[in-house]
Design a protein around this ligand. Sequence first.
Ligand code: HEC
Ligand code: HEC
Ligand code: HEC
Ligand code: HEC
Length: 209
Amino acid sequence: MMMLLITSIAYGASVVSSKHDMRSFVDDEDTDQVCVFCHTPHQTASANAQYPLWNKQVSTNTFGVYSSPTLDADMTNAEIGGKAAGAQSVSALCMGCHDGSVAVNQLYRLPSDGTPGTPKTVPSYYSLDKKLSDDHPINFTYDVRLASTDGALVSPYSSSRVDNVTPYLPLFSGTLQCATCHNVHDPQYGAFLRSSVSGSQLCFRCHIK
Ligand code: HEC
Ligand code: HEC
Ligand code: HEC
Ligand code: HEC
């Protein structure tokens, strides 16, 4: 009990003991590693050099893209699905678990200290299913030009971040991705968000409404 208490204090805003600590998916005698469900120091050839040292088998489903009469972003190349490992955006990494089709513990390189457990998919509440046409748009360029066309968007501070407020909302090669709003490693604001949702302040980091 004491040990548990100390651990949770020491790792307050860490991936350890968060919902992304997938040791809860394995049986007792299996791996005691945390990062291995997503990263590995030495990728196998089948992982195809997927950034960032990715170890999780990806989904090749196509997800579609959000569209609407008022959307100004160029969504021409926004589809993240249908691609093999190595040709994926950071959002496709999330959908490797969050489309509910590939087991979270289906890995390329197995951990050295045991097995990743019997295959289990993400619980249905956490699955976005196999479509992204009904989700906040992602995988499109968010730049000064888009902000001025839209007229009610914050102008990105640089091509690598939306604003200069800490913690930053990062852009990935100038594009908005799942990981712009979410930090997979840090549960401090709940739902792995990069900003509090109180008063919808996350939304106001980008939208002028
Ligand atoms: C649930 C999957 C998941 C787990 C578990 C995870 N990561 Fe990550 N990690 C990601 C994703 C996705 C990215 C890319 C998105 C980003 O940078 O926010 C990333 C990016 C990174 C990066 C590069 C970007 C940066 O922030 O510097 C490092 C380094 C990293 N992770 C280290 C770790 C370590 C160390 C652990 C274990 C303590 C870990 N990660 C656990 C998914 C995960
Ligand atoms: C290796 C599999 C895996 C990857 C990759 C992964 N997740 Fe998750 N994620 C999970 C699991 C499993 C849960 C739910 C755990 C549970 O049931 O408690 C979860 C939960 C979440 C939650 C809910 C947390 C909460 O507190 O309610 C969010 C948000 C989330 N993930 C976002 C992301 C994003 C964004 C990415 C990519 C940047 C990502 N995840 C990548 C497996 C993954
Ligand atoms: C524009 C910001 C934003 C983007 C982009 C975004 N999310 Fe989220 N996400 C949120 C917010 C905010 C919540 C919490 C909603 C709440 O608290 O009611 C959330 C919640 C979640 C949850 C928890 C379950 C749920 O529905 O509440 C998961 C899983 C998740 N996001 C995954 C993802 C994945 C995967 C992507 C990329 C395909 C993504 N998110 C892109 C803002 C975003
Ligand atoms: C990182 C910046 C960012 C954050 C955070 C963010 N958005 Fe967005 N959102 C955008 C951009 C950029 C677009 C694309 C706007 C366009 O092309 O017209 C968009 C699109 C939308 C759209 C669709 C607009 C349309 O014309 O169909 C809605 C609705 C929306 N966001 C609501 C929200 C809500 C609600 C939140 C908070 C939970 C949020 N957004 C958080 C950047 C963001």
